[in-house]
Each structure stands twice: as C-alpha cells, then as structure tokens.
Design a protein around this ligand. Sequence first.
Ligand code: PGA
Length: 257
Amino acid sequence: MKTRPKLIAGNWKMHPADGKGALELLRQLRARLAPFSRVKIAVCPPFTILHQAAVILKDTRVTLGAQNLHWEETGAYTGEISPSMLRAAGCSYVIIGHSERRQYFSETNENIQRKIKAAISHNLSPIVCVGETLSQREAGVMKDVVREHIREALRGMDEEALREVIIAYEPVWAIGTGKTATPSQAQEMHLFIRETLSDMFDLPLSDSILILYGGSVKPENARDLLGQPDIDGALVGGASLNAVSFAQIVRSGEEII
Ligand code: PGA
C-alpha cells in the first residue's frame, strides 16, 4: 500500500454570520495550527472572506479552499465565481458536489464533472463529495449510489487530471446530525471507493488518491476514523468553526502519521 499524506479540511459552509467572527476564527486558527507540521491543512470559508483569509494565513501551512465554483472563465453568469477568480483569491482547493449543493441547488452529475475539469485546469484540487442518504443506506444500495457518484464525476477523465482529485465520502445521514459512520463502516466504503477507482483507472494511480471522510467528525471520533487504512483525512463542517476543536482534529491526524 502506498503511503498517502493526510489532509484535514474545514468546510465553514455559510458561517459565521458576521465578518468579525470570521476574522477572529482565522486569527485563532493561525495561532492554534502553528505547531503542526505533517498533516496538510485547508480551510474553506465563504467567498467573501477568502481574500482576507489569504492575508491572515500567509506564511502558515494552512491553505485555502472554496466551497463551489463555476466552470466558465468569465461571462454573464450572475452570482457565480470562476476558477481563475478563486486562484486570484489564493485558493488551492475547491469543494465540488457537496450533498447540500446536490440537494438544495440542483447540482447535477454533469455540472459536477464540468466543475471538476475546470478546477483541475486552473490548478485547483477538487474535493469531490460523494455519499448516500439514510434511506439509500437502509435500502442497502449505498455502494451503488457511491459508485454512480464516482463514475459520473470522473468518467472520461484522463489519468493526469485524476492525480489532482480528492474524494470526500460524506454519508448524508451523518452530515450535521451528530451521527458518525463507525470507523469500520467508513473504512468499508473507502475501500470500496478505492476499488471503484481501480476499476476505472490504473491501480497505482487509484492507490495514491486521497479519500477523506466527512460527517460529524469531532475531536472525540477523529482519531479512530483517521486511523483506518483507507481514510486519508477529514472534511470537517461544524467542528471546523471552533479553532480548538479543529486543532484537536488536526492533532489526531498528526499523531497517527
Ligand atoms: P459536519 O459537516 O462535520 O458538520 O457534519 C461535514 C460537511 O458537510 O462537509
């Protein structure tokens, strides 16, 4: 098995409500994350705070990501943000196809694939979210759903581009609910994702792709999740809004490297 780096990424979603709170959180993160040197760290705040985040996090190991993008470079697309705008704002990552975007903003597999391609061609690493709902899990079709998400997102992609892709397995029933997949449930799905990737692409390549787990990751469960052989990091929502808990999750990652 190839040794993969660990990545802990914070997805702030549409938080905090005021700019002051965001700046304070960034300053706290800057201080609290300074001791860590092995785990890769990213924060994905709302668009409006990206520029200031880049200034505050300059000269730290904390990199920046966005939560969405449009695939076109420029144009009459009111309300959208392009990949080059994200690069100019200092981003290295972008979350694509989050279940909240699939559910509330009608994000389709087709658009998700366009976004992934646009991100890669602008040197942004896409964090591509996949995962089943509770009813899909209860019906026993969770692997079919996840396989479909992966195939539709990455279909036809060349292997060079695939090197930049990061997958986040986020069971929808675990997002913001306090219910986490058990480490063995998560590991089973991560291994299945890796097998799906190796069916689609070369084995050495699929073995090097990072697969993050997301869904109620907290300081209390991070160590067990991150200790699983196919879990290469975490996409953290709620707990990333508190610098102390986010730093504890990063510490768990550092301790098991
Ligand atoms: P959560 O969110 O950690 O609050 O469950 C994770 C996510 O939606 O990325």
